[in-house]
Design a protein around this ligand. Structure first.
Ligand code: AMP
Ligand code: MG
Length: 459
């Protein structure tokens, strides 16, 4: 297969990566090819070679296989060297909309940044990222996307032996807050400047300087987090190395959709203090952006104190942008088309009611289009404010989300070599807003709820 790669990262940023070579998968088998995305990327992939290409066995002509360097704050603690320990970049292509996209393999073996790890991925987490990412995309949320899923035919060893797999994924780029942190920690401001200039050219060409880059990333993240909050998405591990400069959701590990509404909701087994709880996400985004701002200080002003003042002002702008998007999004969910000062109160009261009644977040909003509300007094205030049609409300309140028990069911079956539940769920999630007969089980919370449900990173 010939791909029209144009690998600007490898070409323009020498020293920002290490060359890599994917491990050989003994018996690669294509589980899933995202044919729509492949078409969007203008890839012509012969079905018979897809498994070889996307397992990493035969990189396509024109690929320049690299592992990208990055650092990051993990749960608030700085780790100066992380990097692509279980991922390799094939290169960049221009899609049918003229947008530059990375094609990366996740789980293709050891790299210069693997430290003690095997660089591999298990089937479960690969399919989880596939489902969650495609689900988010269908919800209209910026995200990296799965291009395929390939079984390697060899086990990976975690607490137990698991089937191994590779996830080829597509991103606007894989530049992270942690990428900036790596070069701020290890190199000169010149390297950070080079990365900033590259990021501007690639993602925010309207930004005239590093300060405007910071502003643009701030806005992209504010919009992204607002979108997460509006659908009840919990990323689970918002470390600075898992925050993309592009404003796409990246690195689906222990992420999950909230069922019963509570801002304190945490699913990740490793997030014991709730640092990355649902309600924490906007403030964590600001914290992460502050780490990005720190790397840019020398480029913002030669006097550090002045630079800090300028950057702080930019960061203060996050919450207003976030709040505006969140409020407008919530208005749409409630069917409010004529904004009013009192809307915020109406919204927070609704959330308080569904929290007190321990109701399902997604279902509570979806039911509003048919006039079902959880509280008669609240309904009296809401009804005159609701001016949108049921169809307009249904178009912003999903009926099908990747519910935890459905995702687990799909992964468990896949591990036993039955990919049907995965296929079905993937199909359901492709159209999250349109109710279809026969899919009731995908629209309702777990009939046997598990309050102790935990998600894992799967590394
Ligand atoms: P993540 O949990 O995906 O954000 O990964 C955090 C860091 O650990 C990154 O530097 C990864 O590349 C690295 N890592 C995660 N899993 C593995 C693995 N199986 N082998 C090597 N490195 C890994
Ligand atoms: Mg990561």
């Amino acid at each position: 297969m010939k791909v029209a790669f144009d690998n600007t990262y490898a070409r323009l940023l020498p020293g920002f990566y290490a060359p890599g070579e994917p491990a050989q998968a003994p018996a690669p088998k294509l589980i899933k090819l995202n044919t729509q995305l492949a078409a969007e990327l203008q890839l012509e992939i012969p079905q018979e070679s897809a498994a070889q290409i996307f397992s990493g066995n035969t990189p396509p002509e024109g690929a320049q296989v690299i592992a990208q360097a990055y650092a990051g704050h993990q749960f608030g603690h700085f780790v100066p060297q992380l990097g692509d320990g279980r991922a390799l970049l094939y290169g960049e292509v221009i899609d049918s909309n003229g947008r530059r996209r990375d094609i990366q393999l996740k789980g293709s073996g050891r790299t210069a940044f693997s430290r003690g790890g095997d660089g591999k991925a298990a089937l479960g987490p690969v399919l989880r990222e596939y489902l969650m990412g495609e689900g988010m995309h269908a919800l209209g949320i910026p995200t990296t996307r799965a291009l395929a899923a390939v079984a390697t035919g060899e086990p990976v060893y975690r607490e137990r032996a698991l089937p191994g797999a590779v996830l080829p994924r597509v991103a606007a780029s894989h530049i992270r807050v942690g990428t900036f942190q790596f070069f701020a920690a290890h190199a000169s401001p010149d390297k950070v400047r080079l990365l900033a200039e590259y990021s501007i050219a690639r993602h925010y060409p309207q930004a005239a300087n590093p300060l405007e880059l910071l502003t643009a990333v701030r806005d992209a993240q504010a919009v992204l987090i607002a979108k997460w909050m509006l659908v009840g998405f919990i990323h689970g591990v918002m470390n600075t190395d898992n925050m993309a400069i592009s404003g796409e959701t990246i690195d689906y590990g222990p992420c999950a959709f909230m069922d019963t509404y509570s801002p304190k909701t945490v699913f990740s087994s490793i997030d014991q203090n709730g640092r990355y709880a649902y309600g924490q996400q906007p403030s964590i985004a600001v914290w992460n952006l502050s780490r990005l701002a720190e790397t840019l200080l020398p480029l913002i002003h030669e006097d550090e104190k002045t630079a800090v003042d300028i950057a702080t002002e930019v960061l203060r702008g996050f919450m207003p942008v976030y709040e505006t998007h969140w409020l407008n999004g919530m208005r749409a969910k409630l069917g409010i088309t004529v904004p009013d000062e009192s809307d915020r109160q109406l919204i927070t009261d609704f959330l308080q009611i569904i929290e007190a009644q321990k109701l399902d977040f997604t279902q509570s909003f979806r039911r509003l289009s048919s006039g079902q509300t959880p509280d008669a007094n609240w309904a009296k205030r809401w009804q005159p404010r609701r001016t949108a049609t049921p169809a307009a409300m249904d178009a912003v309140n999903p009926i099908y989300i990747p519910r935890n028990h459905k995702v687990e069911e799909a992964l468990k079956s896949a591990e036993a070599n039955n990919f049907e539940p995965f296929e079905t769920l993937n199909k359901v999630l492709k159209d999250p807003f349109t109710e279809r007969p026969g899919l009731e089980a995908f629209a309702t919370p777990n009939p046997t709820p598990n309050p102790a449900y935990r998600t894992f990173c799967g590394t």
